[in-house]
Design a protein around this ligand. Structure first.
Ligand code: 5GP
Length: 193
């Protein structure tokens, strides 16, 4: 998605050779117009798939997931990273190691929001080593739901995530594929959509 790649080039910041900071339009301040276009693109790719729910993880996946869900006219569910006091019902849970925070956290979704009739599109802001996506897939599996595919805003193709997900037989659609962050610059491969 050219507009996304242009925005990353213009407003993204490279931190070392592994981390891309996009806090001015995705992970802290959010660009609603760009997020709507991103969500729309995901909805177009998966328009014929019979998606019944969009699933993401708080917090930065919520904006693109919400726009995709709006276009697909289905609910969006986000996995919580900490248990809310009001979550007294049965939970689906899995563990996720965070690449950026370097801690393992438990994620959960209430069982009542995912079931075996669901055909899920998972959406997340970044794909690095695939741990967040894998945790979300596990939640869907616990519910007996099918994962139709994964939509990623920014894939870091030099890390293991895509390989891991494809080995699981999951379709990955990334709107920007970053091949390297060497010398402080962002280098792209051809995106999936
Ligand atoms: P993974 O689980 O695939 O290793 O990492 C995915 C999660 O880590 C994303 O949900 C995102 O929050 C965070 N993440 C991974 N790499 C980056 C990065 O380069 N920049 C930012 N801002 N977040 C990242």
């Amino acid at each position: 998605m050219k507009e996304l790649m242009d925005k990353i080039t213009k407003s993204g910041h490279v931190l070392g050779e592994e981390v891309l900071k996009v806090d001015s339009f995705i992970t802290h301040q959010i660009d609603p117009e760009l997020m709507e276009k991103i969500g729309t693109r995901f909805s177009e790719v998966f328009s014929e798939a019979g998606i019944t729910k969009v699933v993401t993880i708080e917090s930065s996946g919520i904006a693109p997931a919400l726009f995709a869900a709006r276009k697909l006219q289905v609910p969006m569910v986000f996995a919580r990273k900490s248990k809310s006091l009001t979550m007294d019902e049965e939970l689906l849970t899995s563990s996720v190691y965070s690449f950026t925070k370097q801690v393992t956290s438990k994620i959960s979704i209430s069982r009542k929001f995912l079931n075996e009739k669901d055909n899920v599109l998972i959406i997340d802001d970044f794909l690095a080593n695939g741990q967040a996506a894998k945790g979300l897939i596990e939640l869907c599996q616990q519910a007996g739901a099918n994962v139709d595919g994964i939509g990623i805003v920014i894939e870091k193709s030099f890390q293991e995530g895509r390989h891991l997900l494809e080995e699981m037989g999951i379709k990955v659609v990334s709107l920007a594929r970053v091949t390297s962050l060497e010398n402080g610059a962002v280098h792209f491969d051809q995106a999936d959509a």
